[in-house]
Design a protein around this ligand. Structure first.
Ligand code: FEO
Length: 183
């Protein structure tokens, strides 16, 4: 009896995204190690925590494929790429990587819609919201480094930014969670 509830194209897309999330975790891990090596322990802490979030994303895809009777295919994870050249470069790379990830999530939304696979459509909506949060988080990082002087940020400004990021919560606040009382 066939208990697989995923089409071949969707199973492939979900498996590919599971690997993408593992790749994202490696990217954050490498940036965190880079930041720690440069003495930015607050930034490193923030990035290490975020690497764990990406691994959680990977697990959600893995678990979903299993629960739908599909085959999980664990493959090699691509290398994270070169170290950032500066904190400014690091945050720009984080933003770019999150925007690219959003495009990949949207492709799965499209595919589930085309196939009328409403279970997958429902599952992937969690990631649509999560990507809005991740992009907001990345934009917040860019706003912070811009305030610190961008590519020309001096040691004092970076010191303050580093302290700040060590205490920054994991999740950004979304527009839909604000109100006039709590702007
Ligand atoms: Fe799982 Fe930051 O995307």
């Amino acid at each position: 009896m066939n208990t697989n509830r995923l089409s071949d194209p969707l199973a492939k897309a979900l498996n590919d995204q599971m690997t993408n999330e593992a790749h994202n975790a490696q990217i954050y891990l490498s940036y965190a190690a880079w930041a720690s090596d440069k003495g930015y322990e607050g930034i490193a802490n923030f990035l290490f925590r975020h690497s764990n979030e990406e691994r959680n994303h990977m697990m959600k895809f893995l678990e979903y494929i299993l629960k739908r009777g599909g085959k999980v295919v664990v493959t090699t994870i691509p290398e994270p790429g070169p170290d950032p050249a500066s904190v400014n470069d690091c945050f720009e790379k984080v933003f770019k990587s999150e925007v690219e990830n959003t495009a990949k999530i949207y492709k799965i939304v499209d595919l589930s819609l085309q196939e009328k696979d409403w279970a997958t459509w429902n599952f992937i909506q969690w990631f649509v919201k999560e990507q809005t949060e991740e992009e907001t988080m990345a934009l917040d990082l860019l706003a912070k480094i811009k305030k610190a002087g961008g590519a020309k940020a001096n040691a004092d400004a970076l010191y303050t930014l580093d302290n700040d990021l060590g205490k920054t919560p994991d999740d950004a606040v979304l527009a839909q969670d604000t109100s006039v009382e709590n702007p």
